[in-house]
Design a protein around this ligand. Structure first.
Ligand code: NAD
Ligand code: TYD
Length: 352
């Protein structure tokens, strides 16, 4: 019988890359994508693999304990890779409770369902929780980095909800012996990212000659990692990470927001045949985000030294690939801005 792996949030940005990697690389696994298809879930992200014999989609909300328990009985997975979450900081400022519900309660539901399903037989099982570097809080511009032992100091409702979920995952390991692993990754970029996050939002606005909003002075620093490199790290950690451990994942690639946007503008000027400097005229400084973390930077040497993972791309190369993807997949962005992508599920799955 095929080994079944649950991937939650597989219709989202990072989840869809992880699902594709696992479906293509592991024909002996049955990959079950569990996703509630919120505004951020888009099955079009997976249309190239949706008919693969080792792939199944289940529309389910991780906060619904009964449904999740039923899915565990139906498939009896030996592994769970948990990405489902509310993921956008600005949304967490306007609706913190949604983040508590999905990120904290949803994770607890999954943990409890897993504990019940694997009771008495944890051998060969693994619950892998995907988290963020934002749980560590903010760094000054002083050359320091987040390590796996940095104290948790979340500032936004998003990072507080992810920190809480990390604590629950560890608590289920320490209290009930659940086999777990956690990774905390820096900012991702690449194909299929919802155009509310900085890079796809800027690409789309530049294309349409709309203002590019930069919060505050644009001096905040993020460490950017190409999403496919994150998916590769998840594969390595899921298979080779040590039980109970945390691994930091980062690109060693720090950029101020303003420098990043200027670089994007220059790439798009070339690709769109615009005068050099034309797109940068769209840069518009706006009111800063409340509680805006100054700097994130990850030390990923544990993952690099112990498990042999390294980022594969230089940032400029990754940005070019990303820009090319957004320019050649205009229909994907248009479907999101029109809301049409949410009809895809009904077309594809309701008739099956
Ligand atoms: P995303 O917002 O693009 O996707 C989230 C997915 O989760 C969507 O498909 C959505 O439908 C699904 N989902 C939301 N609520 C759900 C629920 N109640 N039940 C079932 N499914 C639900 O997010 P992303 O950017 O792909 O992030 C994925 C994970 O990686 C998150 O846990 C996030 O915290 C973490 N992470 C993201 C980044 C980043 O830069 N994007 C960096 C580090 C860690
Ligand atoms: P974002 O993509 O929302 O990721 P996160 O907040 O999780 O790091 O934002 C990345 C950086 O870009 C962050 O410092 C906030 C800033 N930002 C802007 O300046 N303008 C924008 O319109 C957005 C969405 C983000």
């Amino acid at each position: 019988m095929a080994k079944t792996i649950f991937i939650t949030g597989g219709a989202g940005f990072i989840g869809s890359h992880v699902v594709r990697l696992f479906v293509n690389k592991y024909p002996d696994y049955l990959i079950v994508n569990i996703d509630a298809l919120t505004y951020a879930g888009n099955l079009e992200n997976l249309k190239d693999i949706c008919d693969a014999p080792n792939y199944k989609f289940e529309k389910a909300d991780i906060t619904d304990f009964q449904t999740i328990t039923t899915l565990f009985s139906k498939y009896q997975p030996i592994g769970v890779i948990h990405l489902a979450a509310e993921s956008h900081v600005d949304r967490s400022i306007t609706d913190p409770f949604l983040f508590v519900r999905t990120n904290v309660m949803g994770t607890c539901n999954l943990l409890h369902a897993v504990k019940e399903a694997w009771k008495g037989d944890m051998e060969g099982k693994r619950f892998y929780h995907i988290s963020t570097d934002e749980v560590y809080g903010a760094l000054q511009c002083d050359g320091t980095f987040f390590t796996e032992t940095t104290r948790y100091t979340p500032h936004s409702p998003y990072s507080a909800s992810k920190a809480s979920s990390d604590h629950f995952v560890r608590a289920y390991h320490d209290t009930f012996g659940l086999p777990i692993v956690i990774s905390n990754c820096s900012n991702n970029y690449g194909a299929n990212q919802f155009p509310e996050k900085l890079i796809p939002l800027a690409i789309n606005n530049i294309k349409h000659k709309r203002p590019i909003p930069i919060y505050g002075k644009g001096e905040n620093i993020r460490d950017w990692l190409f999403v496919n490199d994150h998916a590769r790290a998840i594969d390595i950690i899921f298979h080779n990470g040590k039980n109970g451990e945390t691994y930091n994942i980062g690109g060693n690639n720090e950029w101020t927001n303003i420098d990043l946007i200027r670089t994007l503008c220059a790439i798009l000027d070339k690709k769109l045949g615009r005068r050099n400097g034309e797109s940068a005229e769209l840069i518009t400084f706006v009111k800063d985000r409340a509680g805006h973390d100054l700097r994130y930077a990850i030390n990923s040497s544990k993952l690099q030294n112990e498990l042999g993972w390294h980022p594969s791309l230089q940032f400029e190369e990754g940005l070019e690939k990303t820009v090319d993807w957004y320019l050649t997949n205009e229909a994907w962005v248009d479907n999101i801005t029109s809301g049409n992508y949410q009809k895809y599920y009904e077309q594809q799955y309701n008739q099956r």
